[in-house]
Design a protein around this ligand. Structure first.
Ligand SMILES: Cc1ncc(COP(=O)(O)O)c(C=O)c1O
Ligand SMILES: N[C@@H](CCCC[NH3+])C(=O)O
Length: 438
C-alpha cells in the first residue's frame, strides 16, 4: 500500500479516504484515480530537500507526465514551476490560469507557432534544443520586438542506466547541443550576441526512471569542466543550471529508487563543490521531475472480464482497458503491481497474466502476478500509473479514453471526463462526394 491507500472494513481498497468500489460504481472503469495527498507529499519532499541549503532553486513539474487543467492548477497551488513540451501543454497551462512567467518550454522541434505563442505569453524560458531553433527564436523575437528568456539544452554525453528508449544524455541523442564537440560553446556565443535573447542558463536531462544518482553527478561535473572554460573564454557563467528530471520510482518491489533527499543532496552538493572548485558563483538550481511527483499517486481501476486458461502454460485474466490507457508495458516492458480492489485483503492464490482488451498480442499489462482467484466483475487496481498513463493514452481500437478523478480526505472530484463514442467521432466527416469518377 502506498500513500493514503488502506483496506477498509468492507475489505475494499480505499484511496484518499474514498472506497475504490464506490468510485468504480460512480464513474465506471477503466478509471484513473489520483491520490492528491501523495502529489502534495512528493512536492514537499523535493522542496524540503533543497531547503537544507542556502541556494536558490526551482522545482518544476514536468507536465508531460500528466497534464490536465486541474493538475496544472494543483501544481500552481503547490508552488511548482511548470515544464511544458508542446503548444497543447502550454495552452492547458494558460487555460488553467497558471502564471506564464513560471513556465518553461521544452522540445526538440518547436514550431514557429509554438515559439510565437511562448514569446507572446512571456513565458519564463524557452529551452532551446538546437541551432535551427536558436535561429528561429532569434528571428521571431526580433520580428516581434520582444525579449525572450532562453536556456540551452546540452547533451552531456552521460549514459543513464535506464531503458534505452528513455535515456537522453548520451552523445547519440536527438536532444540538445552536444557538450563535448563544442556545440554548446557556439550556441552560448550566438545567444550572447543576439540582442533579443536573454541567456538565463543551461539545461541537461539525462533520462527517465533513473535510480543511480551517479549519472546526475557525472553530468554536473562534466558540465562544470566546460563552464570553467566558458567563464575564461567567453566571460560567461550560467545564472540557472537546470539538471532536468528523471528521478525513478518503485513500480514494483524490485525497484529501489534513491530517496528524494539523497538525490537532491547529491545534486546540490556536487554543484556547490564544482562551483567552489572553479571559483565561480552559485547558480540557481532547477529540477523538473514528472514521474516522481505524480507516478505513485495514480492507480488505475479496471473491471475483470473474460479469462483464458492454457493448462501448464498460463492463465490470462482480461480487463476492460489495456495499452490504450497504459502504453508503458508494451513500449518499455514496464512492470506493475496490482490487487483485486473489492477483495483487497485476500491472500494471493494463483499466478496469472493480466491482459488488456486491445487487438494486439503485446497488450499484456502484467506478465506474471499472484492474485486471489479473480472472477468476472472483480475490480482490479493497478498501482503507480500516475505518470505517462493518461498522457500517453490513445484511442486505438476506438476505445474511449477513461475518466480521471482526484481523491483527498474522503472526497472525490472528477477532473477529466470519460470520452464517449460521440467524442470519438467529433472530428470524423462523412464522405460527401464520390472519390473516384465512375
Ligand atoms: C527535458 C525533460 N525534463 C523532464 C522530464 C521528466 O522526466 P521524469 O518524468 O522522468 O521526471 C523529461 C522526460 O524524460 C524530459 O525529457
Ligand atoms: N514516457 C516515458 C518517459 C519519457 C519521458 C520523456 N522524456 C515513460 O513512460 O517512462
Amino acid at each position: 500500500m502506498r500513500g493514503t491507500q488502506t483496506i477498509n472494513h468492507k475489505n475494499h481498497l480505499e484511496i484518499g479516504g474514498v472506497d475504490t468500489v464506490t468510485l468504480a460504481e460512480k464513474y465506471g472503469t477503466p478509471l484513473y484515480v489520483y491520490d492528491v495527498e501523495t502529489i502534495r507529499a512528493k512536492s514537499r519532499a523535493f522542496k524540503a530537500a533543497f531547503d537544507h541549503y542556502p541556494i536558490n532553486y526551482k522545482v518544476a513539474y514536468a507536465s508531460k507526465a500528466f497534464s490536465s487543467v486541474a493538475m496544472v492548477q494543483l501544481a500552481a497551488e503547490l508552488d511548482l514551476a511548470l515544464d511544458v513540451v508542446s503548444g497543447g501543454e502550454l495552452y492547458t497551462a494558460l487555460v488553467a490560469g497558471y502564471p506564464s512567467e513560471n513556465i518553461h518550454f521544452h522540445g526538440n522541434n518547436k514550431s514557429e507557432q509554438e515559439i510565437k505563442m511562448s514569446i507572446e505569453h512571456h513565458i519564463g524560458a524557452i529551452v532551446v534544443d538546437n541551432f535551427s531553433e536558436l535561429e528561429m527564436v532569434k528571428n521571431i523575437s526580433e520580428m516581434e520586438q520582444k525579449q525572450v528568456k532562453v536556456l540551452l539544452r546540452m547533451t552531456p554525453g552521460v549514459e543513464a542506466h535506464t531503458h534505452e528508449y528513455i535515456t537522453t544524455g548520451q552523445m547519440d541523442s536527438k536532444f540538445g547541443f552536444d557538450l563535448m564537440n563544442g556545440e554548446v560553446k557556439r550556441a552560448i556565443q550566438f545567444a550572447l550576441e543576439a540582442k533579443t535573447i536573454e541567456l538565463c542558463g543551461l539545461h541537461s536531462h539525462i533520462g527517465s526512471q533513473i535510480f543511480d544518482v551517479n549519472g546526475f553527478i557525472h553530468a554536473i561535473q562534466r558540465v562544470y569542466d566546460h563552464i570553467a572554460i566558458w567563464h575564461k573564454e567567453l566571460n560567461y557563467t550560467p545564472d540557472i543550471l537546470n539538471v532536468g528530471g528523471g528521478f525513478g520510482i518503485a513500480y514494483t518491489k524490485k525497484d529501489e529508487p534513491q530517496p528524494v533527499e539523497t538525490l537532491i543532496r547529491s545534486i546540490v552538493e556536487t554543484v556547490i563543490a564544482e562551483a567552489e572548485k572553479h571559483e565561480l558563483g552559485l547558480p540557481e538550481i532547477w529540477i523538473e521531475p514528472g514521474r516522481s511527483i505524480v507516478g505513485e499517486a495514480g492507480t488505475t481501476l479496471y473491471t475483470v472480464g473474460t479469462q483464458k486458461n492454457i493448462p501448464n502454460v498460463r492463465k490470462y485474466i482480461t480487463v476492460d482497458g489495456g495499452m490504450s490507457d497504459n502504453l508503458r508495458p508494451a513500449l518499455y516492458q514496464a512492470e506493475y503491481e496490482a490487487i483485486i480492489a473489492n477483495r483487497a485483503g485476500e491472500l494471493p492464490e494463483e499466478h496469472v497474466a493480466v491482459a488488456g482488451k486491445l487487438c494486439e498480442s503485446g497488450d499484456i499489462l502484467i506478465q506474471d502476478i499472484e492474485l486471489p482467484v479473480a472472477e468476472r466483475g472483480d475490480l482490479l487496481a493497478v498501482f503507480c500509473t500516475g505518470a505517462y498513463g493518461y498522457s500517453m493514452s490513445n484511442n486505438y481500437n476506438r476505445l474511449p479514453r477513461p475518466a480521471v478523478v482526484f481523491v483527498e480526505e474522503g472526497q472525490d472530484q472528477l477532473v477529466i471526463k470519460r470520452e464517449t463514442y460521440e467524442d470519438l467521432l467529433q472530428f470524423d466527416l462523412s464522405l460527401q462526394t464520390p472519390i473516384k469518377e465512375k
